[in-house]
Ligand binder design. Sequence first.
Ligand code: GTP
Ligand code: MG
Length: 342
Amino acid sequence: MVVTKKKERDEEIENLEENESAVVGEDPVISKLMELPGVGEATASKLVEHGYRTYESLAVANPNELATITGLPVTLSQKIISAARAQLKFTIKTAYELEQEMKEIKRITTGSKSLDKLLGGGVETRSATEFFGEFGAGKTQIAFQLSVNVQLPQEKGGLEGSTLFIDTEGTFVPARIRSMAEALGLNPEKTLQNIFWIRALNSDHQIAIVEGAKDFIQSHNVKLIVVDSVTSLFRSEYPGRENLAVRQQKLNMHLHSLLRLAEVYNLAVVVTNQVMATPDMFYGDPTRAVGGNIIGHAPNNRVYLRKSKGQKRIARLVDSSYLEPGEVVFEITPEGVRDPQD
Ligand code: GTP
Ligand code: MG
């Protein structure tokens, strides 16, 4: 007994020595945060305590959120966020560099010419596209169609790449992929083999899958990452207004990691987000729909989907920084996503 206790104590002392810097207030994470103007030790500890350990996590936060979560004043939160953004020097590029990068952007056809046109030619690489709308609006069907279409040769609107499909709701249907592939004259087995499916069990798992996807993306030529749905696990695990800030912060960071993969590997990210229709939705801003503001502004393009007659669906582009807002009609046919026949 005594021996064990001594051993335990020795281990404890060893651990203390290893973490000595933390004990005397020289935690490298804290020190790094303290380099930001206006951040003293108390503030830095508060940030760390609430999960803000890096400049990136602060740079993607919004001031009200940060203030609510940490209890810091909004003005200070704003100052910290601006400072973190300024520290991330990689955001400054020459216009020439930007032009070169934009030339690398490629597009995946949705299967509908009008929907492609709305998106500036299809779903883009190097960015994230969000499809949001109520149940049955066609979010998953679009995600399936893109998972098939990304495999097409470039002249047919694909990228000759594979898909990493992160399924949070368990609504993936291989048989549907098979019929979409057959409709395009693709080998169905080959098409199914180029879609890598993983079920995310909870929001931390979902985050971890994305954080750990780097090597897989490279070795499997992944050109499309789907997260269907990106919000559902976060919603069920962080319900209600009281959890809104934490939920938002986690989601923002998750989307930020997805965007980073999109940029580094020149791939497309597609996320879905279920929102409930509200009676005043068609007059007001649909992004203000119940739960609709959950994602904030991380995705580059947001497409609001709603049901119309029969298999017809209406897609409206909202919140794009560079595309014209607009609305188009498409259909979900037995073959997949298509232009309306009439
Ligand atoms: P939630 O995930 O519930 O939020 O909905 P969602 O927006 O993902 O809806 P989804 O993409 O699953 O669209 C469902 C609609 O697509 C259905 O109501 C059908 O109209 C259509 N659909 C789904 N599967 C098939 C199919 O195999 N054949 C045909 N013709 N239509 C289908
Ligand atoms: Mg769905």
